[in-house]
Write a protein that binds this ligand. Structure first.
Ligand SMILES: *Cc1c(COP(=O)(O)O)cnc(C)c1O
Length: 376
């Protein structure tokens, strides 16, 4: 009895390990904080965190406090930095779950100190500087005051200072060097206070691979750990070997093989009309699975180790593939939407081009909308 979806996401443990080790090599002694937000970019937050913890991850990064709570419940003991959603409403949970809030606002620091006092706890905090990202973080002009407050308030321990790069995936941009300079200038006063080991961290995957001098005490790779370059296919082409290995594979099954005459309109709006007698394979996958509607008449899938074009509208749960040129396609054959089959590979960068987005979004969508298994 088949008790599984016909669509499945396979996550390769050995690829995750390989990628962690590549990042470690680049980190050159800096600690590694894997970003496991968005359910590990769709790869499964808890499985990934366990794999990375075994490899020596120093900390983890999540977006919201509730994700950090799930990591704690799964037995993760490393510091867990909460990068978004640190606000009065979430502070009690952050303190209770021994999470590490990233704070950029003096009012939140003050509130955090009193919540910690209420729980008789001492809370490690990381401060965020807006060194050019323009999203969160204290502006450089306000940073000294924030730093001073973090040092003075009771029940708080200043464990780290961070900023984020807006353009580290663009190797030609001068912006990253400027962000690094701004960060170093704002954190220079910390060097005079020998007291603490305050962890400075700035580099995402782009910062790790492409920005000289950005590794500092800790690096924060996300996409690289899942096997992709922040600058997409270009990054893979120019990568220093060995390359990162994509960890996600998305496979479906052919549920029907139809022989159709010339001149038949296929699916909604007859977006495709057969121009010859055709063999059309039907897949039980669609935009509900993250296989977005703009892949209609545009994407390719792998069947029996060969590429075949998606024809007609991708609908909620059905996609059609023209397999006229493929030898003997049968009901039950595997169709690979992402990943390798035989000698052929479809990467998330390629799908991202078809979807007019970036690999990050493809991985989040596929991984979070389908049944997932950890393999090898
Ligand atoms: C998501 C995130 C990262 C990881 O970025 P990648 O480009 O996936 O390596 C690093 N730092 C912060 C603050 C993030 O939000």
């Amino acid at each position: 009895m088949c008790m599984q979806s016909l669509n499945r996401i396979e996550i390769s443990r050995s690829a995750l390990i390989h990628n962690f080790q590549i990042c470690q090599r680049w980190a050159d002694g800096a600690a590694i904080m894997p970003l496991v937000k968005a359910d590990g970019y769709g790869h499964g937050m808890i499985d990934c965190a366990r794999v990375f913890a075994d490899q020596g991850a120093a900390a983890f990064g999540v977006a919201e406090a509730i994700e950090g709570v799930r990591l704690r419940e799964a037995g993760i003991t490393q510091p867990v930095l909460v990068l978004a959603g640190v606000m009065p409403l979430t502070l009690p949970l952050i303190v209770a779950a021994r999470l590490t809030p990233v704070v950029s606002d003096p009012a939140i620091l003050t509130e955090l100190s009193s919540v910690a006092a209420g729980q008789s706890a001492s809370v490690g905090v990381h401060l965020k500087l807006d060194a050019g990202m323009g999203r969160q973080g204290a502006l450089p002009a306000d940073f000294a005051e924030l730093l001073d407050l973090a040092r003075r308030l009771p029940h708080l321990r200043l464990d780290g200072v961070m900023a984020h790069f807006p353009l580290s995936d663009d190797r030609t941009s001068a912006n990253s060097a400027e962000v690094l300079r701004t960060f170093m200038a704002a954190t220079a006063p910390l060097a005079d206070h020998g007291a603490g080991k305050c962890c400075l961290h700035l580099a995402n995957s782009g910062g790790l691979f492409y920005v000289a001098g950005a590794r500092l005490d800790m690096v924060r790779p996300g996409i690289a750990l899942y096997g992709y370059y922040p600058d997409g296919a270009a990054g893979r082409v120019t990568a220093v070997p060995p390359p990162l290995r994509p960890a996600m594979r998305f496979a479906s099954r052919i549920i029907q093989v139809r022989r159709l005459p010339e001149g038949r309109g296929l699916g909604y709006w007859h977006l495709f009309t057969t121009a010859r007698p055709s063999v059309i394979a039907v897949l039980p996958v669609g935009y509900a699975n993250g296989y977005l509607r703009n892949l209609s008449n545009r994407a390719q899938v792998l069947i029996n180790g060969r590429r075949a074009p998606v024809v007609g509208r991708v609908s909620m749960n059905l996609t059609l593939v023209d397999v006229t040129d493929l030898p003997k396609v049968r009901v039950g054959d595997e169709a690979v939407l992402l990943g390798s089959q035989g000698e052929e590979t479809i990467t998330a960068d390629e799908i991202a081009d078809w979807m007019e987005t970036i690999s990050y979004e493809v991985l989040c969508l596929f991984g979070q909308l389908n049944e997932r298994v950890l393999v090898d």
